[in-house]
Design a binder for this molecule. Structure first.
Ligand code: NAG
Ligand code: NAG
Ligand code: NAG
Ligand code: NAG
Ligand code: NAG
Length: 522
């Protein structure tokens, strides 16, 4: 936990008259069925064509290490890294390459930072994972789509070599999983695939063949050691004959020797569709609709004893949407989506990142063209965090460092407010309140405030005042200037600046402004 004692400033919220008070019941003891939260519920997925930018080749990327360390200080563990994605299926291996060579694609207004057309990696590519903070766990993808078992095997051998090396072990970075193939339900109509005739049975047969070869390298193994993670489908489907959880189980994936090492089911999920804007994606009921849609698959996966994760997720598919994924309001979506995902049984959500993507939480290197339209920037833009990063900070503090905190969603009868309670050893410790009402700068509508009356149930209610930590978002359309408990993380070193500011509020009534998040500390 960060040291809150240093330079603590307490502000007092003065009560004023409010038209409406929203009453919210807060259980003092964790209800049965409260979800246990991983400290790394918020994790990262990296498009691997730019992996060397993230990690740094000759030396660690100091900015990245700092922004990961901010999260590690709060949860005791840095976010997991899943490295691979689309470009994993366009990667080959050549031991003569030091780190990686890419065939670049042409930027456009719609896609200012396109993915590489092809990637060739060497041993150094995997070895630089040693630059990640101690305690980082890694999921790495190998190529399935190219139908080249030699490529997959050489990649897995190199991954195994890197993670078995004394330097990696000294760095405390461990391989947890290998993913064989990315979004195989979307393999399309080339490399001998045919969308019309490609089925889940064919996929399971091909995966099993490749995974058997990969397991021969020793990169995954029974007992202690890394396992398989997949199938990483792009689409959500529930039928036994479709690319779904039921589909792969019905096709017998778990009965094969490599399938017995498949212990985590990974689903990809992006919320917003084409043409949607911020005010759509942040709606409380749509976030719930998007995640409860996964419930049948989560139940099937859990019934087979596998873990269920969102192996690749974010706001809008295709690197994010302008004025949606890159603005302050997305912090509201990110936090509510993340915490609600845990409520439906998602154990970890890997937020997808590239270099220059609109939806990044972290821009790991200096950018020279606009992430919005690809135009040249008048001055290079140093590494920086984006609004989604602030949601990760809030989640980290809400979840805490115990590794055993539990959470329930608060039942709030207001479609613009959501909330969650957090428990340690069954006792209420923290709560989060989230305003889904978007306040835009320069608009005619003033920023509203809702007064929330906390109705504690199941024991002796806290009395007097409590401390609040606020995520201040200048406006839903602001791209910078967010403050978490008074601190900015916008600086080019990724470290917090400013003093931590807590606010004091009466325990009976808490004021939540539009487009704001409050962390209540009990
Ligand atoms: C994959 O496994 C098969 C069956 O064991 C073997 O014949 C083949 O040589 C392997 N391929 C590679 C590239 O290791
Ligand atoms: C498969 O990958 C290997 C290893 O890089 C390469 O030598 C070979 O040319 C590839 N095969 C095809 C058909 O691309
Ligand atoms: C895919 O298979 C269907 C049915 O066999 C066939 O009509 C179609 O031409 C094939 N598409 C391609 C791109 O080969
Ligand atoms: C998911 O959210 C989007 C808005 O971002 C909405 O258009 C879509 O209908 C939602 N899907 C479900 C299944 O609720
Ligand atoms: C994004 O917002 C800015 C500022 O409000 C506006 O000028 C621009 O046209 C918007 N772009 C898109 C693609 O909506």
């Amino acid at each position: 936990m960060v040291n809150l004692n240093l330079a603590l400033v307490i502000l007092f919220q003065f009560a004023s008259a409010y038209a409406q008070t929203l009453s919210v019941s807060v259980p003092l003891l964790a209800p049965s069925g409260a979800t246990t939260l991983s400290p790394t519920l918020f994790s990262l997925s990296i498009e691997q064509d730019t992996w060397t930018d993230w990690a740094g080749t000759d030396a660690p990327n100091a900015f990245l290490v700092n922004v990961l360390d901010n999260l590690k200080q709060r949860t005791g563990e840095p976010p997991w890294f899943r490295i691979g994605a689309d470009s994993e299926d366009r990667t080959n291996f050549n031991a003569d390459v030091q780190f990686s060579q890419t065939v670049s694609s042409t930027p456009s207004v719609a896609t200012p930072y396109p993915e590489a057309g092809a990637v060739v990696v060497g041993n150094g590519f995997y070895q630089i994972a040693e630059h990640l903070p101690a305690g980082t766990r890694v999921v790495w993808g190998v190529n399935l789509r190219s139908k080249n078992t030699t490529a997959a095997v050489l990649e897995a051998q190199s991954i195994n070599k890197a993670f078995s090396s004394p330097v990696m072990q000294a760095a405390g970075v461990t391989l947890e999983f290998i993913e064989v193939g990315n979004e195989p339900d979307d393999y399309g109509d080339d490399v001998g695939y045919n969308t019309t005739t490609w089925t889940v049975e064919k996929y399971v047969a091909q995966w099993t063949e490749f995974a058997a070869n990969v397991s021969l390298t020793g990169a995954v193994k029974p007992g202690l050691g890394p396992k398989f993670f997949g199938p990483s489908f792009a689409g959500v489907s529930h039928a036994a004959d479709s690319f779904s959880a039921l589909g792969i189980f019905t096709s017998g994936i778990l009965e094969t020797p490599p399938g017995s090492l498949l212990t985590t089911f990974s689903q990809h999920h992006y919320q917003c569709g084409a043409g949607e804007i911020l005010v759509d994606i942040v709606q409380k009921d749509l976030i719930r609709g998007n995640l409860t849609e996964l419930l049948p698959d989560i139940a099937v996966v859990h019934s087979h004893g596998l873990d269920y994760v969102l192996g690749e997720t974010n706001s809008c598919f295709g690197h994010g949407a302008v004025n949606t994924s890159n603005v302050g309001g997305i912090a509201i979506w990110t936090l509510d989506y993340l915490l609600f995902a845990a409520q439906v049984g998602v154990s970890r959500a890997f937020f997808h990142q590239g270099v220059g993507y609109k939806y990044n939480a972290i821009q790991p290197v200096t950018l020279t063209r606009s992430t919005i339209d690809g135009s040249p920037l008048s001055a290079p833009l140093p590494p920086h965090v984006q609004p989604a990063y602030y949601a990760a900070l809030v989640a980290a503090e809400a979840i805490g460092a115990s590794g055993a905190s539990t959470s329930v969603e608060l039942d709030i009868a207001d479609d613009e407010v959501s909330g969650y309670a957090f428990y340690e050893q069954g006792a209420l410790k923290r709560a989060v309140l989230i305003s889904h009402k978007m306040f835009f700068a320069g608009g005619a509508v003033p920023r509203g405030v809702k007064r929330i009356a906390l109705d504690f149930i199941g024991g002796q209610a806290p009395k007097g005042n409590i401390n609040l930590k606020k995520l201040f978002i200048p406006s839903a359309d602001a791209t910078t200037g967010l403050l978490w408990g008074g601190q900015s993380f916008d600086g080019p070193d990724g470290k917090p600046s400013g003093t931590i500011v807590l606010q004091e509020s009466s325990v009976d009534a808490v004021d939540l402004s539009d487009t704001e998040i409050l962390l209540l500390l009990f």
